[in-house]
Design a protein around this ligand. Structure first.
Ligand code: ZN
Ligand code: ZN
Length: 290
């Protein structure tokens, strides 16, 4: 059934995904006609939980790059938050992202910017094969996650947490709150996350002259809680800190520091610019990312 192994071969359209993406967009637009402050609050809070705690801290900086150590309960909690973003389960997401770092800008990059802006933004989800990586690929690129039965189950049933949240929102604020807290927040979360794959491989500045097209982009960073300092990130993938100067605001990094201060996480790995910061530094080969 799963013909894909590694790569971004565009094949036939993933109809199930396409239909879901279209429905989510329609309902997100519908949400705009049902504004209330409570609905807005539900949307913003869930965007932060899913996009920042879930995707930024959980899926990305912890599970993919192991930028810090968290106790198992916290790791699983952040993974559940990540599932609320509706960007697939943790193992699928991490495998795709580790492939992106290992093969950046090549044929084997699941969302290579070389295939055009639409492809790197969302075409790869609609026509690519990355969401169906073979079991062998998942085992090869995410063996650490596959050892946790909780994450394996969550990967399979990643939609369950958002269904439970939807029921809670419906009970609290009716269908319009579901439109805001689930559909509109998911669309905002999707496009802002996808900008990291499209915009920050196209527009912005480059502090590190590394062998890929990654850029630092303040606008994308503002929309993604700090994930837009993408050139810094590609240069030092394991660093839990992406914004390297005071003006490179990195909300996710601030939260990681708070969690560390609270004693909830440890072994935080953070790259710091030296005193003569923009000086050439020894670079970590991008293949070491995973
Ligand atoms: Zn990238
Ligand atoms: Zn990364």
């Amino acid at each position: 059934m799963q013909k894909a192994t590694v790569g971004n071969n565009s094949g036939s359209i993933n109809w199930q995904t396409l239909i879901a993406v279209v429905i989510f967009h329609i309902l997100a637009v519908a949400a705009l006609f049902t504004f209330s402050w409570q609905n807005l609050a539900a949307g913003v809070i869930l965007w932060w939980i899913a996009g920042s705690l879930g995707i930024g801290l959980g899926y990305h900086r912890l599970l993919t790059h192991r930028g810090f150590k968290a106790p198992r309960w916290l790791e699983r909690t952040l993974a559940v938050c990540g599932s609320l973003a509706m960007q697939s389960g943790p193992i699928t997401w991490v495998t795709t992202h580790r492939l992106h770092h290992a093969f950046t800008d090549t044929d084997r990059d699941p969302h290579s910017p070389q295939k055009g802006i639409f492809w790197s933004h969302m075409g790869w989800i609609l026509r690519g094969t990355a969401q169906n990586n073979s079991e062998a690929t998942r085992k090869r690129y995410s063996p650490d996650l596959m050892r946790d039965p909780f994450l394996v189950t969550l990967d399979k049933y990643y939609w369950v947490p958002i269904v439970i949240v939807s029921i809670g929102l419906f009970a609290a604020g009716g269908f319009s709150m579901v439109l805001w807290g689930v559909f509109l927040k998911t669309i905002v979360g999707w496009h802002t996350t996808w900008l990291v794959n499209s915009a920050t491989h196209l527009w912005g500045s480059r502090r590190f002259d590394i062998r890929d097209t990654s850029t630092n982009n303040a606008l994308v960073a503002a929309l993604t809680f700090g994930e837009g300092w993408h050139n810094n990130h590609h240069a030092y993938p394991r660093s839990a800190r992406h914004g390297l100067r005071w003006y490179e605001v990195d909300v996710n990094w601030i939260q990681i520091k708070v969690l560390e201060k609270l004693g909830l996480i440890k072994n935080v790995y953070a790259f710091e610019l030296g005193a003569a910061e923009e000086e050439p530094v020894e670079l970590v080969p991008i293949q070491d990312a995973a």
